[in-house]
Design a protein around this ligand. Structure first.
Ligand SMILES: Cc1cc2nc3c(=O)[nH]c(=O)nc-3n(C[C@H](O)[C@H](O)[C@H](O)COP(=O)(O)O)c2cc1C
Length: 737
């Protein structure tokens, strides 16, 4: 077994054993804390070494007590002025004043807190001593495994403190379970002498008389009757700290109890140093309590985060979508609602969130799939596409609407690949493939008609799903983001678009802008939030320019228009589309990692602004890469301010063309693999990746690499895991070319 596999097993055991035994641990720890007060309370109660008590008075009062009833145990407290009597017999239980003989009965019905705590601590008050013993073994195991689970590295978070305290105080906290385990194995418990037998039972008064010649009763600390008719006398040490201990008295004489409690027992009970060691034990109990509570709490939190929100289950029809920028998802949603309104049983799900086996459960699948990149399936569906090839979907029927654009070389390539995979796995087409070119409205309505007619399904669609209306946005302000007079930067601007009315948008949404009527629009990520200003949209626009074969310079159609023609005050026509797949988490306290290269930084200023405005931003880590620190550090002031005010927890940069750096974002992931692993696996951060497709792919590969080096996964398993995270939305990718 590799070290990583051992570590994974330890993590698993640490968490699950701790969790299952938490109730038992809590009882043991809390009662242990209560019991650690016993040596504190007891210290200074009996005769102190060197002090003496009035033996005659003591003998007299004990005689009175024994004539009145049946004492179980008698302790000499308050320096010999008072006797504390434990007994079932209410006539004698309570406190007796040695001088006056006055009796203060024990409150009836009162419970002896130490006795109860001890009962719970040893047997859970249910005679379950074996459970407690097993629990101490497991507690020891959990604590020893602890340091292997997370290296000592301080972070100011709940788990950071759990780890640091667990590590640093380990030698101390280990004493409790170690001594408990030793006690249950009878190691160091002290010798148990064979007790002498009495021929005739003796009372405590008689025992005092018998022991008088042999023992210094002026240091009597307590007396107790045993079943066989013997009496045990406890004598406090003398001024030299010696000659104390227990003595068994029978009608024939006195026998010292040799051995006494062993060191292990004293350490476990905190009695080796009186009040001092009791306090130390109490401290240990509190640390153990803290570790248990924080451990369980973080587990609960992790579970809550991990819970995959299932899509409405049930029904015979699966409506699935593979969507990069949300269009296919919106259309699939409309079909789903139409089916439900028509009384059909249907389930709606993003394709990437499903396994082939999930799909196989449905006799009919309606699929809307778009194309991205150069004829590829959307990011979320890529892992599934691979898996589908080796799966068995015999018997399922499917109907697909593919979205695309003929101005791309590979028209509807993504949908076609998906269709081929479904056919190869044994699926059968229920309707011929329908392809949408550009605006999908017409093809969508025709497809829904076929679903209704040829498949005889009730699907009530009132109209087309809301397509975003055209908006008139005015260029309110623009600033260059790169520094033009440094070498070799790429011309990039921030542009603020102003709306005359309030709009609802979130960072990561898409603004589609065309340079002229009927031209293909280009999408830009929204870098601001309507929660901060509902009329102002921030964009990051890089100028696309290239030299043609004839040497002529060309500008990108839309970026050229925005940066060369749409000066301040110019109004542009745009559409604003939600892009829920790339919005920051609704809960701003959720940890996020933002990984961007070049103008892929576009959505993240909006992420920061929205989280800052919420007032409860959680951890956020930005990894940004570009060419030159001096010229290309886009939005530098904004992010440095965020780092200073805490909205950003951590920022790493990579400048590929700086001679003192030369790294890319993916290199940073490998360099900080341990922290990345922690953010991915422990903190469960949502990872947002924005940039060119090749960059996103390199980042995904390096994330998988981190799971290999830090988590011990095999490369294939690590890639599958990342693929699953992409499908579940824990890793989100927004790419452009
Ligand atoms: C970066 C990018 C690449 C695209 N590549 C293709 C392509 O290769 N072939 C194609 O037919 N359509 C392509 N399209 C068009 C989309 O498939 C089309 O706009 C679709 O409606 C988007 O749907 P979605 O929002 O669900 O992802 C591309 C669009 C974008 C933004």
């Amino acid at each position: 077994m590799s070290f990583a596999a051992v570590r994974r097993t330890l993590i698993f055991l640490h968490r699950w054993i701790a969790l299952i035994l938490t109730p038992v641990f809590l009882v043991i720890i809390v009662t242990g804390a209560v019991l650690s007060f016993r040596p504190i309370v007891n210290s200074g109660q009996g005769p102190q070494p060197g002090t003496t008590v009035d033996v005659a008075a003591l003998t007299q009062i004990i005689g009175t007590i024994e004539r009145t009833g049946k004492p179980g145990a008698i302790s000499v407290v308050e320096g010999g002025r008072v006797l504390q009597v434990l007994s079932q017999d209410p006539a004698v239980a309570g406190r007796w004043d040695v001088a006056s003989g006055a009796h203060t009965p024990a409150p009836s019905g009162g419970i002896d807190i130490f006795r109860t705590a001890e009962g719970l601590h040893k047997t859970l008050l249910l005679g379950l001593g074996i459970v407690v013993e097993i629990a101490s073994f497991l507690m020891l195991g959990i604590m020893v495994a602890g340091p292997f689970l997370a290296w000592l590295r301080f972070r100011n978070s709940l788990m950071g403190w759990h780890t640091a305290i667990g590590w640093l105080l380990l030698p101390l906290t280990l004493t409790s379970p170690v001594t408990a385990v030793m006690l249950s194995l009878h190691i160091g418990t002290g010798s148990r002498p064979e007790l002498p037998r009495a021929k005739r039972p003796v009372s405590i008064t008689q025992a005092l008389a018998i022991a008088g010649p042999d023992l210094d009763l002026s240091r009597l600390a307590g007396a107790r009757r045993f079943r066989g008719g013997t009496v045990m006398l406890q004598i406090a040490p003398d001024a030299t700290g010696r000659n104390g201990g227990g003595f068994v008295v029978t009608d024939t004489g006195v026998t010292p109890l040799v051995g006494g409690p062993g060191l292990v027992k004293q350490i476990h009970e905190g009695t080796w140093g009186g009040a001092w060691s009791g306090t130390l034990n109490f401290g240990i109990s509190m640390v153990l309590l803290g570790l248990t509570v924080t451990g369980v709490y973080s587990w609960v939190r992790r579970r809550a985060r991990n819970r995959v929100r299932p899509v409405a289950a049930g029904g015979d029809i699966l409506v699935a979508h593979a969507s990069q920028t949300g269009t296919a998802a919106r259309l699939a949603g409309a079909v789903f609602e139409g089916l439900i309104a028509g009384g059909e049983k249907a389930t709606l799900a993003p394709l990437g969130a499903l396994k082939p086996a999930d799909i196989a459960r449905f006799p009919l699948v309606l699929l809307v799939a778009s194309t991205t990149g150069e004829g590829e399936v959307p990011d979320g569906a890529r892992a599934l596409l691979k898996r589908m090839k080796a799966s068995d979907l015999k018997g399922i029927r499917f109907a697909m609407l593919a979205l695309g654009d003929r101005s791309y070389a590979n028209f509807c390539g993504g949908g076609q690949r998906m269709r081929e995979a479904l056919l190869a796995a044994g699926g059968v087409e229920a309707l011929p493939l329908r392809e949408a070119d550009g605006d999908p409205s017409g093809a969508f309505l025709a497809w829904v008609d076929a679903v209704r007619g040829d498949l005889a399904l009730n699907c009530t669609i009132a109209g087309l799903p809301a397509v975003s209306p055209p908006l008139a946005l005015t260029v309110a302000d623009r600033q260059r983001l790169d520094v033009p007079d440094t070498d070799n930067t790429r011309e990039t601007w921030k542009i603020f678009l102003q709306s005359a009315e309030d709009l609802a948008f979130r960072p990561g949404d898409l603004v589609r802008i065309a340079a002229g009527a009927g031209e293909r629009p280009r999408s830009y990520s929204v870098g601001s939030s309507s929660r901060v200003d509902p009329r102002r949209i921030a964009l990051t626009v890089r100028l696309h320019e290239w030299t043609a074969e004839d040497g002529a310079r060309h500008l990108g159609r839309v970026s050229g228009f925005l940066l060369r023609e749409a000066e301040q005050g110019v109004t542009v026509e745009a559409r604003l589309d939600p892009h829920p797949g790339f919005n920051p988490p609704a809960d701003p306290s959720w940890p996020i990692m933002m990984i961007a290269a070049g103008s892929g930084i576009a959505p993240f200023p909006g992420f920061i602004a929205e989280r800052r405005a919420s007032g409860r931003a959680g951890p956020a880590w930005l990894i940004f890469g570009n060419r030159h620190r001096d010229g290309d550090f886009l939005w530098r002031d904004m992010f440095e301010t965020a780092l200073a005010d805490g909205t950003l927890t951590r920022m790493d940069t990579a400048f590929s063309r700086d001679s003192d750096d030369g790294a890319r974002v993916q290199d940073r992931l490998r360099q900080h693999a341990a922290e990345v692993f922690e953010w991915l696996v422990e903190t469960k951060a949502i990872v947002y990746i924005c940039g060119r497709r090749a960059m996103a792919e390199a980042v995904l590969e390096n994330l998988a690499q981190v799971l290999v080096t830090e988590g011990g996964l095999k490369p294939e398993a690590a890639r599958a895991e990342i693929g699953q995270w992409v499908a579940e939305g824990r890793v989100r990718v927004d790419t452009f070319n």
